[in-house]
Each structure stands twice: as C-alpha cells, then as structure tokens.
Design a protein around this ligand. Structure first.
Ligand code: HEM
Ligand SMILES: CC(C)=CCC/C(C)=C/CC/C(C)=C/COP(=O)(O)OP(=O)(O)O
Length: 308
C-alpha cells in the first residue's frame, strides 16, 4: 500500500483546500502528544543538571514539534486506513478537510525545524535522538511494522519511549542509567496501554487488515500478554528507587500506581468476555494507563523537590 494509490478517493477533485489551523493542529494528535510532551518535560526537570529556562522551553517545543510532525506523517500515510475505522474516520484527511500535500509539507516542516532547532539551540545529541524517534514512529512503526506484524507496537513502542530520554539528555548532554530506565518503563507500559484499547476496537483493525494482536493471536492470548507486561512493569518502575536514582516519594508512588495497574491488568488478563460484554474492565485499564503514566512522571518530578 502506498498513499498515492489509495488516498485520492478521500481528496477533493478541485485542488488543495485552504488549510484550517484546527485541522493542522488535529493532525499532530494533540491529546496523545500531551502525554508525550509531559514525559519529555519531566525527564528534563528530573535530570540532575539545570539548563537556562529559554533552552529548556526550546527543548520541549522541539519535542512537541517533532512528535506532532511524526503524528502528522503517520496520518498522511494512513489516510485510507483511518477512513475505514470508526475511531479515526473523522480525522481531517479522511474527511477531505485538508489536502494531502499540505499535510505532508506541514509534517515535513515541523520535523525538520524540530531537529535543527534542537541541534543548534540545545545540542546535537538530543537532536539526534529526536530524529531517531521521528523516523522510528513515522517510518519504522507506521510504514514497516504496523501493517506487517502483531508485535508492531511492542517493537514500535520504542518510538514513544524516547521523549523523557530526550528531555534528560537535553539537560545533561549525556545518556546515563536513569534516562535509559525511563525509556524502559514507557517501553514496557506501551503493550498493556495499547492492547487494552485494541481489545475493544478489535473489529475496526480487522476491517482494515491491520494485524493487531487481538486480531491475529486472539483475545485470550492478548489478555495473557497484557498481564505479562504489567507484571514486569511493577518491579521495573521500582528500579530507579532501588538504585538510588530517586527518593521515597517516587518509590512509594510507583509502588502504589503500578500495583493498581497490575490489579486492573489481572482483571483484564484473566477474564473471558460474554456476548453482550461492554468491555468495561478493558476501557478502565486503557483510561487508567494514561492517568498512570501522567502520575508516575509527576511523582518523578515531585521527588526532586520533596524529600521524605
Ligand atoms: C506504539 C505505541 C503506542 C500506540 C500504538 C498507541 C496507541 C494509542 C491509540 C490508538 C490511542 C487512541 C487515540 C485516538 O483515538 O486518537 C491512544 C491514546 C492515547 N495514548 Fe497511546 N499509543 C502508543 C504509545 C503512547 C505513548 C508513548 C504515549 C505517551 C507517552 C501515549 C499516550 C496516549 C494518550 C494520552 C492517549 C489518550 C488520548 C485521548 O484522551 O484521546 N501513547 N494510544
Ligand atoms: C518525539 C516523538 C517522535 C515521539 C513519538 C511519540 C509516539 C511514537 C507516540 C506514539 C503514540 C501514538 C499516537 C500511537 C498511535 O498509534 P497509531 O499511529 O497506530 O494510532 P492511530 O490508529 O490512532 O493512528
């Protein structure tokens, strides 16, 4: 599948539409990216070194632009797939509110500016990691992995795990154990986060032929795998405390938050659903997964300022 062969059906015949800023903004997946940016910001604040507030703001702006640009490239590539799924059919490209060329150019400018601004203003190491995460999401995950393997989001999850690492490296200029642990935590969190959602939108993915885990391996196997990742996530979130990278504020918060994550995952992992099932536990796990990551990273920052 290439965009050029499948997307024209969603496009108007009379040439480019005037770009509405609301549609361009929607192209950046702002709700998802708010957590991506938040984890990047927390990585930057939790790092042991301080940079000038203007540079810190620039680094976060670059993460936001890079993540938004990558999300826009994802939608540019997948406009036909999005058109076929209930959850995504109202996006600007499938609706024909925005033309493909504008979307592609907007995405390209965001990605390029984010990397070069990060490089010139903050440092070339965070810029290089930002470039890798953009390529990872827009190319490796979206174009290569997503249509091919049910392990797409396990391997592809690496893309979303980079922002706290980028924030930390923007502040310190080096990759150390702590930012690698933050990367690992998001990497381990991604499968339960996404598969909880995939369980209740399974038919959407089946309809457009995307081999998400519940479609390919079935619900039972997906539930078991959610549980495995949640079991591993709990001790992993404790490691920053055990190695002395954080204090008790983070450690206790991580224990409570991850225990609840595990409990909700056990409920999803061990159940078989009936005909009229509304998938409430799966929806709760998905909603909690978002709240969980916000709270975990907030605790990381709080830990820097509150010592008990
Ligand atoms: C490969 C990795 C990931 C996949 C496949 C994935 C997939 C999804 C999907 C399909 C949704 C529903 C969003 C929608 O309907 O537009 C969603 C929601 C969300 N995701 Fe993820 N996600 C991934 C990683 C991440 C990461 C790394 C973060 C942040 C650190 C994140 C944050 C969120 C948030 C905040 C929402 C809720 C958005 C809302 O309230 O509408 N996701 N995710
Ligand atoms: C700095 C940088 C580049 C960060 C990237 C962050 C990142 C990879 C986030 C992934 C989150 C996301 C929107 C996944 C959606 O999957 P999907 O695209 O398959 O979902 P869809 O079906 O809603 O389009």
């Amino acid at each position: 599948m290439t965009p050029s062969t499948t997307i024209p059906s969603t496009q108007p015949a009379s040439g480019p539409l005037p770009a509405d800023w609301r549609d361009l903004f929607a192209l950046t997946k702002p709700r998802v990216m708010s957590l991506v940016i938040f984890t990047g910001l927390c990585g930057l604040i939790a790092a042991p070194e301080r940079i000038h507030p203007v540079l810190a703001f620039t680094a976060i702006l670059c993460i936001a632009m890079g993540a938004g640009g990558a999300a826009a490239l994802n939608q540019w590539w997948e406009a036909d797939i999005d058109a076929g799924m209930k959850r995504t059919a109202k996006r600007p490209l499938p609706q024909g509110r925005l033309d493909r060329t504008t979307a592609r150019d907007f995405a390209g400018v965001l990605c390029a500016v984010s990397v070069f601004l990060m490089g010139f203003a903050v440092g070339w190491l965070p810029a290089a990691i930002l470039a890798i995460s953009i390529v990872y999401y827009a190319l490796i995950y979206t174009v290569w992995l997503k249509p091919r393997t049910p392990q797409n989001i396990v391997i592809g999850g690496g893309a979303g795990a980079f922002p706290p690492l980028i924030g930390w490296v923007a502040a310190t200029g080096e990759i150390t154990t702590m930012p690698i642990l933050l990367f690992a935590i998001i990497f381990m969190w991604t499968p339960p986060h996404f598969w909880a959602l995939a369980l209740f939108v399974k038919s959407d993915y089946a309809k457009v032929g995307i081999p998400m885990m519940p479609v390919v391996a079935g619900e039972k196997s997906t539930r078991r795998q959610i549980l495995i990742y949640a079991v591993l996530l709990l001790p992993l979130t404790m490691v920053p405390w055990w190695i002395g990278g954080t204090g008790a504020v983070y450690g206790i918060s991580a224990l409570v938050l991850s225990s609840l994550f595990l409990l909700l995952s056990i409920r999803v992992g061990l159940r078989t659903r009936g005909e009229e099932d509304t998938m409430k536990p799966e929806k709760q796990l998905f909603a909690y997964s978002v709240l969980y990551l916000f709270a975990l990273f907030a605790a990381l920052v709080l830990d820097r300022f509150v010592v008990i």
